[in-house]
Ligand binder design. Structure first.
Ligand code: ZN
Length: 364
C-alpha cells in the first residue's frame, strides 16, 4: 500500500525578510495552489470538523455542537444531522495534499425512484412520480463516480502543473513571472537583496491544518506557517506544540506551553515601552510614516515580539537596535537621542523576565 504521509508532502519556497522574519511571498507549485483552492470548496461543516470545534473562532463551533446534541426526532425524515456535520465535499474526486483524505462517508442518503419510470430520482420519501403520479417507492443505490476515473498528478486538482505560482503572505495567488517579483521587491521596499533569505520548506498535514486555521484568522498566513515550521523543527517532540495567537489582523505562533499570562505580560511590556517612547508617539500623531503610521507601529510591536521569542542564543541587542532604527527611518524619522538604545535595553530586560517564566515552565 502506498504511504499516504509521504505522498502528501508539498514543498514551498519562501522568500523571507531575514530581519523581520516576515514572508514576502512564496513560490508554489500546483500541489500547494490546489490545496489553497480546495479550502474554498470546503463546506463550513467540514472546516469545523477538520479544525475541531473547540479551536474555531467565532460561534460556528457552538452551532456545530448544538446540531450534534440535537435529538434526531427534530430532523426532517429525509435529512440527517450527519449530512450537516459531515457534508459531502465537492472535491472533483481528488484528495488534495495537506489535508486528511476525504474518507468520511456520510451516512448514505436514501434515494427512490418510481417503480415504472427510471427517469426520475428523489430523496424525498413522499415524492410522487411526475409521469404517473405514483409514489416513488423503489429504493435505488447511489454510486460514487470518482473511483472509476483514475486521476494522474497532472490532470487532478484545480490548476495546471506547468506554471509556478506566487502566493503572497495574505494568500493572494497569481502566476509567477520575473517582472512581477522585481516589482514586488520594490513594493516591499527591499533595498538589499542580501537581507532576504530563501527557504524551501516541506509541508505536511499538520502544517496544512495550521494553514487552514491561519487562513481563517489572519492576514499573515505564510509568515505564521513559517513560524510554526520553525518551532516544529526546534521541538523534540512530534506533536504540534504551538498555538496561534491572533492580534488584530495578524497572527503569531507561540510555544503551546507559554501561558496566556506570560504572552500577555510580554505583549503588555512591549506596548508599554513603545507607548512611552516619545519619538515614536510623535511620529504616530503626526503621521510621519503616512496615514497608516499607527498600523505600522502595531506591526512593529508584533515584529519585536517575534524577534524576542526567537531562541535566546540568536538575540543580540545590536540587532534589536537596528530593527528599531530601520523602522523609524521607514517613518522618515531619524533618531539620535539615545532612545533607541534605551528602548532596546529595556526590551531585553522584559524578555529576560519572560524567559524565566518559559524556562520555569519547560522544566515541569
Ligand atoms: Zn412513474
Amino acid at each position: 500500500m502506498a504511504d499516504d504521509s509521504s505522498s502528501s508532502k508539498v514543498s514551498l519556497k519562501l522568500l523571507i525578510d531575514s530581519k523581520t522574519k516576515k514572508v514576502l511571498f512564496a513560490e508554489a507549485n500546483k500541489e500547494f495552489v490546489d490545496f489553497l483552492f480546495y479550502i474554498l470548496s470546503l463546506p463550513v461543516g467540514t472546516v469545523i470538523r477538520l479544525l475541531s470545534k473547540n479551536s474555531m473562532v467565532g460561534s460556528l463551533g457552538n452551532l456545530y455542537d448544538s446540531i450534534e446534541n440535537l435529538n434526531d426526532m427534530y430532523m426532517q425524515p429525509n435529512q440527517s444531522k450527519d449530512s450537516v456535520l459531515n457534508p459531502n465535499t465537492v472535491n472533483y474526486g481528488a484528495n488534495v495534499a495537506l489535508l486528511p483524505p476525504n474518507d468520511v462517508v456520510p451516512k448514505a442518503r436514501k434515494f427512490h425512484k418510481c417503480p415504472s419510470h427510471n427517469t426520475y430520482v428523489t430523496d424525498n420519501p413522499i415524492a410522487v412520480c411526475p409521469s404517473c403520479n405514483n409514489k416513488m417507492s423503489t429504493e435505488v443505490a447511489y454510486v460514487k463516480g470518482s473511483n472509476s476515473v483514475k486521476e494522474t498528478v497532472e490532470t487532478g486538482g484545480f490548476v495546471k502543473g506547468v506554471v509556478t505560482y506566487m502566493v503572497m503572505d495574505d494568500l493572494e495567488v497569481k502566476p509567477m513571472s520575473t517582472i512581477s517579483s522585481i516589482t514586488l521587491l520594490n513594493k516591499f521596499n527591499v533595498k538589499e537583496v542580501g537581507g532576504l533569505e530563501e527557504k524551501v520548506v516541506s509541508l505536511e498535514m499538520k502544517e496544512g491544518l495550521l494553514l487552514l486555521k491561519a487562513s481563517l484568522q489572519c492576514k499573515n498566513v505564510l509568515t505564521t506557517a513559517a513560524g510554526a515550521i520553525f518551532f516544529l523543527h526546534h521541538s523534540s517532540s512530534e506533536e504540534l506544540n504551538i498555538r496561534l495567537l491572533v492580534i488584530g489582523e495578524f497572527a503569531m505562533v507561540v510555544p503551546a506551553h507559554l501561558t496566556a499570562e506570560a504572552v500577555n505580560e510580554l505583549r503588555e511590556g512591549i506596548d508599554l515601552l513603545l507607548g512611552r517612547w516619545s519619538a515614536l508617539q510623535m511620529a504616530i500623531q503626526n503621521e510621519w510614516g503616512g496615514r497608516d503610521t499607527r498600523q505600522k507601529a502595531q506591526q512593529l510591536a508584533l515584529d519585536i515580539y517575534h524577534w524576542l521569542i526567537r531562541p535566546a542564543e540568536a538575540l543580540y541587542v545590536d540587532d534589536l537596535e537596528n530593527l528599531l532604527d530601520d523602522f523609524m527611518l521607514s517613518l522618515n524619522t531619524e533618531i539620535d537621542d539615545g532612545s533607541i538604545e534605551e528602548i532596546s535595553e529595556n526590551l531585553m530586560i522584559i524578555h529576560e523576565e519572560c524567559l524565566k517564566v518559559i524556562l520555569a515552565q519547560s522544566k515541569d
